[in-house]
Write a new protein. Structure first.
Length: 259
């Protein structure tokens, strides 16, 4: 008997080859991760965010990016300074994060106002862009794009922009429709494309999720083209912080910032 190591089953004896199933090799086509972006938890008791941080995902997700972009934080003070930054962003002076969280308009205006107050020479409002199903001031979405398409998100990561992903959580109703029961903001930090020898097989977004505990960074989420109440879009297949009562996590929109 002769051992043959091959991924071509027809190199084997004919009788044995008929019984073999060879799974095509999975290939990594593309991957980019912005590894320097922190992963602050909105639920960290040491942070002491309002209402135990339950609705503080937006200020925390944005603080992940801005604490890196603005720099100047000594290692011994990074946590305290990022917490202070998140508190400032969520305050009534900027996002005005409240009992219902932070909607896209609040986030856009809050970040715009905050960066203007910092007097950053390279910043102007045109560097802040939204795409998605919510209505926002025209200057943030001049082309009125209603979908945060994957190529747009991936291109933003390639350009090392700061990106915040708006996720909607939906529950299936008796009539087959999906009802929105909540939402969430995460920091988009990377993407990965996988494929096999026959066809493309996987696209993943990599996020830092403010709602997770334990400092687990770079949560990889599979993305699937799907329909929600008749609308084409993108479903997140294994989003970790999705509530148990929700059946679907859906990309409702995204914001990109170039600094």
């Amino acid at each position: 008997m002769k051992a043959v190591f091959t991924d071509n089953k027809f190199s084997c004896h004919l009788g044995a080859a008929i019984q073999l199933t060879v799974k095509p090799q999975v290939l990594r086509i593309e991957r980019k991760v912005l590894g320097s972006i922190p992963d602050l938890s909105q639920r960290d008791p040491k942070a002491g965010f309002p209402n135990d941080g339950r609705k503080y995902c937006s200020p925390v997700a944005v603080s992940n990016s801005l604490s890196t972009a603005l720099g100047g934080m000594p290692s011994t003070q990074k946590f305290e300074q990022q917490v202070e930054l998140a508190r400032t962003l969520g305050s009534s002076d900027y996002m005005a994060t409240g009992a219902k969280g932070t909607n896209p308009v609040q986030l856009l205006r809050g970040v715009d106002h905050y960066l203007a107050d910092q007097k950053i020479p390279s910043y102007h409002s045109e560097r802040l862009e939204y795409r998605g199903q919510r209505s926002v001031p025209r200057k943030y979405n001049p082309t009125l794009d209603k979908q945060a398409e994957l190529p747009w998100l991936i291109d933003g990561i390639k350009q090392e922009k700061h990106i915040w992903l708006n996720i909607g959580w939906y529950q299936t109703q008796a009539n087959g429709k999906h009802k929105r029961i909540g939402g969430h903001w995460v920091t988009l930090v990377g993407y990965e494309k996988l494929g096999n020898l026959k066809d493309g097989e996987g696209e993943y977004l990599i996020v830092n999720d403010p709602a997770t505990r334990g400092g687990d960074k770079q949560e990889q989420i599979a993305v699937k083209l799907a329909k929600l109440n008749g609308r084409n879009g993108f479903q997140l297949m294994n989003q970790r912080s999705k509530p148990n009562k929700a059946d679907m996590a859906w990309i409702e929109g995204a914001i990109q910032l170039a600094l």
